[in-house]
Structure formats: structure tokens, C-alpha cells
Design a protein around this ligand. Structure first.
Ligand code: GUN
Length: 291
């Protein structure tokens, strides 16, 4: 029997705990945690993500602010905005939704966020801390995946984990986390220049796929009984009411028959990512208030 790693149910449960904690904090007279998001331009997916984040905040009792700026906004005005938010003692977390328009240097923007409120964990200081196993904000998706593996009791010690993708947001931090002391996996990182990825994944106990290519991982690339974590979520055209379907990086129906555990798309990693951001915002808030 394949275990379905139900991120939706797990995130619901974890969100409930955050909500209870916030209720207690408020009852004790503390202010609500506050997450701010900056959204530049009109990208549909980015708008959807930011809306979800607002909804999650409302559910758990966080305050949230969304600063919307037009696609032609200047880098300088964004840096000014970030600087103002950095100084606002009432704001615990700041994220700049990516991607930003091409005329804006994303690295410069991320580096201008105060690392203490960088709840995405994208700032070099926080990435550096992650790489030497110091306390930091683990970015939301890798954090969500780690939580899911822990909560479902997936053994990582001494296991071979193949991470496909080496992005700053998912693949790279994921590979660092899996090899860290305490998780103790042996990690192989595959990427666009890896010839025959299947050679590696067929020997993997855990495969984490984050390539953004719908149904990239096929059953012949998977070892019997392996744990499969699908980070991908791509809209593909479909003849339905919405006009699209959401597809992961794994050929779900066929891989499900062969592996031991698998995350569905949607309802797997996505909800856990959303939980990750709430977790980090609460962490920042508690640090700020010395709680
Ligand atoms: N764009 C895609 N994923 C993310 C994320 O986790 N954080 C931000 N800020 N932008 C994103």
C-alpha cells in the first residue's frame, strides 16, 4: 500500500496549532504577528500566491499587509519601501513575491530586507546560517518538505536522497538540509546538465523533484518502495471549466503504483509551503517580543 503524504491535512492540523497559539498570545495581551508582502506587477500566479498568504494569515489571526506596486515601479522606490518596512517594529515578516520585473535586480532587493524579518529565508545571511546548521529561517518549501518527512516518520538517516533541481529557493537548501547532522541522508543533486537522471533516482530511497517540468519523473526512474516528494506545480492547458489542470513534476498515477510514499499535486507540498511561512513569521514575532 502506498502512503499518500497528505500535505493538505497535515498543514490544516499545523495551522490549527498556530491559530491556538495566537489566540493564547492575544489573550495574554500581546499584539498579533504581522506579515507584509510586496507584490510587483500583474503576474497571475504571483497574485494567487499572495492572496493565499493573506488568507492563511487571516485564518491564524495574523495581521497582513500587501504592498502592490505596478510593473514599471523603480528599483529605488522598492528599496525605499523595504527600508521603511524594515524599520517598522510592528512588522515581523517581509516577503517580496518573486519573480520581480526584469529591470529590478532581485538579489539587490532580497539583500535589502532585514535578515531578522526575512521569513522567506532568501537573504545571504540566512542562507549562510542554513549551510552551517545555525538557527535561521528555513525557506518555506524546504521547511514544509522537512516537516512532512518528520511528521510521517520517513527515515532519512543513512538513506540515499536524490534532489532534482538546484534552485536557490528549493533544490539547494533541500540538499543542504537532507545531509545535515540529525537527518544524515547521503545526497545527490541532479540538474539540467545531469545525463540520464534515472541512473541516480533508481538508487534513491527518497526523491525530491523540483524542476517545473510536468510529469518529469516516470515509474522506470523510481526504486520500488521509495518516498517521492513532488515540489512541481505547473498549469497545463485542459478542456475543463478553468481551462487548465495542475500537474506536478511526477507522473503521479503510474509512480504511485511503484513507490512507498508520495505527495499528490495539488494537496502535497503546496499547503506545507504555506504553513512554512506562517511558522517563520511566528518565529520572528516571538524573537522580537522576547517570548
Ligand atoms: N515565488 C515563488 N516561490 C516563492 C516564495 O517562496 N517566496 C517568494 N517571495 N516568492 C516566490
Amino acid at each position: 500500500m502506498t502512503t499518500i503524504l497528505d500535505g493538505k491535512a497535515l498543514a490544516r492540523q499545523l495551522r490549527g496549532k498556530v491559530k491556538d497559539e495566537v489566540t493564547q498570545l492575544r489573550a495574554a495581551g500581546h499584539r498579533a504577528p504581522h506579515l507584509a508582502a510586496i507584490l510587483v506587477g500583474e503576474d497571475g500566479a504571483s497574485q494567487t500566491y499572495v492572496n493565499s498568504k493573506e488568507k492563511d494569515c487571516e485564518y491564524v489571526g495574523f495581521e497582513s499587509s500587501v504592498y502592490k506596486r505596478s510593473a514599471d515601479t523603480s528599483e529605488e522606490s522598492l528599496l525605499d519601501l523595504i527600508n521603511t518596512i524594515n524599520k517598522n517594529e510592528q512588522i515581523d515578516g517581509l516577503i517580496v513575491q518573486l519573480p520581480v520585473p526584469k529591470h529590478i535586480n532581485a538579489t539587490k532587493i532580497i539583500e535589502s530586507i532585514d535578515p531578522d524579518i526575512d521569513v522567506d529565508g532568501f537573504h545571504t545571511l540566512n542562507v549562510g546560517k542554513l549551510s552551517i546548521n545555525e538557527d535561521t529561517y528555513i525557506s518555506a518549501t524546504p521547511f514544509g518538505v522537512i516537516m512532512m518527512l518528520e511528521e510521517y516518520g520517513v527515515e532519512t538517516k543513512g538513506k540515499h536522497c536524490v534532489v532534482i533541481g538546484r534552485s536557490n529557493i528549493v533544490g539547494r537548501p533541500m540538499s543542504i538540509l537532507m545531509s545535515q547532522s540529525g537527518r544524515d541522508a547521503t545526497v545527490t543533486v541532479c540538474h539540467r546538465h545531469t545525463p540520464d537522471v534515472g541512473t541516480y533516482t533508481r538508487n534513491a530511497d527518497i526523491v525530491i523533484v523540483a524542476v517545473g517540468i510536468p510529469e518529469f519523473l516516470k515509474p522506470d526512474m523510481v526504486k520500488e518502495g521509495a518516498t517521492i516528494i513532488d515540489v512541481g506545480i505547473t498549469r497545463v492547458d485542459a478542456d475543463n471549466k478553468r481551462g487548465y489542470l495542475l500537474k506536478g513534476d511526477v507522473e503521479y498515477e503510474t509512480v504511485k503504483e511503484k513507490c512507498g510514499a508520495i505527495t499528490p499535486v495539488p494537496g502535497g507540498v503546496g499547503p506545507m509551503t504555506r504553513y512554512g511561512l506562517l511558522h517563520n513569521t511566528l518565529k520572528s514575532y516571538k524573537k522580537k517580543l522576547n517570548l
